[in-house]
Design a protein around this ligand. Structure first.
Ligand code: SAM
Length: 332
């Protein structure tokens, strides 16, 4: 257990860090066109995924450095059979005040209550289209109805926040926009479009599919949606509200200038590598420092030493995705 509370983490660009994204697995059961179009392929010779104990040691160190918000991601985090135990253990780490996850939602309808009871505060669910055939085409699974049922169940069991992530691609036409508006009309969810990011595996395809966030901004402005002020600790999304809708619609625009200026997050991969940026280089292996509770101070020192290497921003606009083959490899 940490004896001392350490000063908060900052980098060389004056940014302070409150948010850790922990990938609990790089495995995924979906085959999204922009991420793992051929499905997850096991790589030979890789170290096993972090155990619950290793994750707890890592999270204790980050929490001791002032990070208070934790997101479990992947891959698909819920393919881990011990996902509920991971949630329960990490929810109890002192200093972690908000525990969220990002999921494709395939098990949410059945497990929402269990995960809520285990200490999960919020869920982000990925739905790239509300057209069932389009959903099946993008993900490789004809399961839109199950995922929507999962969202309704998540609302039912009372998560603090339920959000939907939609990657902004060429399919956003009037019919899709109308489906999304109808979805948020009576559901208090935050629907977020995310500009499609280039990774090393999707580079060529991304160039033909990517759409500017202006497409969403224009529609929202035309219909009278109003940008809401950002909450403390919030990410880079801008959410818009409208008096006729229970939910909000928002945008995350990583290609916008200044996107990285407010970066408040660090990432730990499912095999224990610290990534200072989603689009950086190989990551700093912390695993050897996650083996015993008495390595806590050494772990903290290693994290602190890494911070000056955090770049001012990603280089996506220059066509440089760093070493990232796809987002499932680090944790999107
Ligand atoms: N399996 C979970 C899921 O489906 O949400 C969590 C992992 S997934 C990598 C996290 C988020 O990253 C998803 O919302 C996904 O759509 C998004 N994503 C993956 N690749 C992306 C890309 N190239 N550009 C933008 N978003 C991407």
């Amino acid at each position: 257990m940490p004896a001392t509370q350490h000063a908060g983490l900052a980098d060389g660009h004056g940014r302070r860090f409150s948010y850790l994204r922990l990938s609990v697995t790089d495995r995924c059961n979906f085959r999204c066109t922009y991420c793992l179009p051929n499905g997850f392929k096991k790589q030979a010779g890789l170290a096993p995924e972090l155990t619950v104990e290793e994750m707890a040691r890592a999270v204790r160190a980050f929490a001791n450095l002032g990070l208070w918000k934790l997101r479990l991601t992947g891959g698909e985090p819920t393919v881990r059979h011990d996902f509920t135990a991971i949630t329960r253990t990490l929810a109890e780490v002192p200093g972690i005040h908000r525990l969220a996850m990002t999921t494709n939602g395939y098990r949410l309808a059945e497990r929402a209550q269990e995960w809520r009871d285990a200490g999960l505060d919020a869920v982000n669910v990925s739905i790239d289209t509300l057209d069932p055939a389009g959903f099946a085409r993008i993900t490789g699974h004809d399961r839109l109805a199950d995922v929507v049922r999962g969202i309704d169940q998540a609302l039912e069991v009372g998560f603090d926040a339920v959000k939907v992530n939609t990657v902004l691609m060429s399919g956003l036409d009037d019919a899709e926009w109308d489906r999304i508006r109808a979805f948020v009309a009576d559901r208090p969810v935050a629907w977020r479009f995310i500009e499609l990011m280039r990774t090393n595996d999707n580079a060529e395809w991304q160039a033909g599919e990517a759409q500017s966030g202006d497409l969403v901004r224009t529609r929202l402005a035309r219909e009278g949606w109003i940008a809401m002020p950002r909450k403390a600790g919030a990410g880079p999304a801008v959410d818009y509200a409208h008096p006729d809708y229970a939910g909000t619609i928002g945008l995350i625009a990583p290609y916008a200038h200044g996107f990285c200026d407010s970066c408040n997050r660090l990432r730990l991969s499912s095999r224990g590598k610290l990534h200072l940026c989603l689009f950086g280089e190989g990551g700093l292996d912390l695993r050897q420092l996650l083996q015993h509770d008495d390595q806590h101070e050494e772990l903290i020192a290693a994290i602190r030493r890494a911070m000056p290497d955090k770049a001012a921003g990603h280089r996506l606009r220059e066509g440089d995705s760093g070493a990232t083959p796809h987002l499932a490899s680090i944790g999107g």
